[in-house]
Design a protein around this ligand. Sequence first.
Ligand SMILES: CC1=C(CCC(=O)O)c2cc3nc(cc4[nH]c(cc5[nH]c(cc1n2)c(C)c5CCC(=O)O)c(CCC(=O)O)c4C)C(CCC(=O)O)=C3C
Ligand SMILES: [Fe+2]
Length: 403
Amino acid sequence: MSESSTQPTEPTSQTVPFASPAAAAGPEHVTEPVAYDGILLAGFGGPEGQDDVIPFLRNVTRGRGIPDERLEEVAHHYRHFGGVSPINAHNRQLKAALEAELARRGIDLPVYWGNRNWDPYLPDALKEADAAGHHRLIAIATSAYSSYSSCRQYREDFARSLVESGLAGTTTIDKVRPFFDHPGFVTVFVDGVRDALATLAVDGEDGAGVPADRVQVLFSTHSVPTADAQRSGPAELGLGEGGAYEAQHLAVASYVMAQLEPTVGEVPWRLVYQSRSGPPSQPWLEPDIVEVIEGLPEGEVDAVVIVPLGFVSDHMEVMWDLDTEAVEAAQERGMRVLRTPTPGIDPGYVTGLVDLVVERLQGTPPEQRPALTDLGPWYDVCRPGCCENVRLGFKPAAAGLAP
Ligand SMILES: CC1=C(CCC(=O)O)c2cc3nc(cc4[nH]c(cc5[nH]c(cc1n2)c(C)c5CCC(=O)O)c(CCC(=O)O)c4C)C(CCC(=O)O)=C3C
Ligand SMILES: [Fe+2]
């Protein structure tokens, strides 16, 4: 395991041990213009009432070997909020915001929305596009990084949905690059951490304020099996045992902190994980955010800033694992705690997503594409086998290079 897995005994700041550009020109970047006729907004999906909870969880975990106890626990998170995840409402808002931004820029492309795990499902979105005569789609998945769950699985869902809808051979689906280091995404986190530190500076105990060196910034993302992390991104980039998934998060977190350094100085930070779900025998990325908070040295850290770096909206993984569990852990230790915003429908984020579509419409060369870390701009089309899941076995995927 990499450095990020060691338990902290004192506030830490991580370093990024690599600089390994994916940006070299190659077949993974598409530099020909493509006349797309629709945008496919691909979401995760979530339940919208108590009766949806169990069928939704069955959809998510089919064939995954998630223990029953874990499913019951997760069902409880949803039940606590009336069986409703806000994720579908967020995606309805995002669709409307994308439509407004496209109209503002005079780009005549309809947005079709479909989910992996709940209604409206992806095959229905493809049928809706077909009915309108649209067969050349560019997809935006609501996930910014490389890994099986955050990239490849969406590509497999596209391939499966083309078959299920009867549109294989008629419709094609490409996908915008993983946008972890696109300014539209990253700026939300830079602003969020800056605002949180400013709030703490004037708003501590006794009105004295918390100095930046007594704050621990925790960038949190979804844990995944270490086997999945290792297989994320091309092995020859040499991105370490956490693969592209961990490397991309570390690079973005490091960029965020570097932006703030001139004004706030050195603030301790680290990358942590949340929402682990496999059996205990299976290694997943660590450390867990709650364990890290519980291990923070008493008397040295006055406040924790939680940054939901792995997520694009305030869905259940944010509401429960961060805003409920992690916040309670910090409060129990007498620490102040702030959680920074997710991108949601932030105007800069929405503009950025449209920019990602436009770079594919125009075939913008990689060196002209915005990317804030040395790792990007990441690939438009994945190589064969990229992010494959060895546990679940081979499944065909759309939006990849031909073998
Ligand atoms: C990397 C990643 C993201 C971020 C990228 C992205 O956003 O796509 C993400 C997002 C999400 N995960 C979500 C929900 C769930 N994820 C589960 C299970 C799993 N997630 C995994 C990974 C990820 N998940 C993995 C490796 C599993 C194990 C099973 C498997 O190998 O697939 C389970 C099963 C129960 C449990 O064990 O937790 C649930 C209910 C929701 C919806 C929240 C809502 O409803 O508001 C969202 C946005
Ligand atoms: Fe998940």
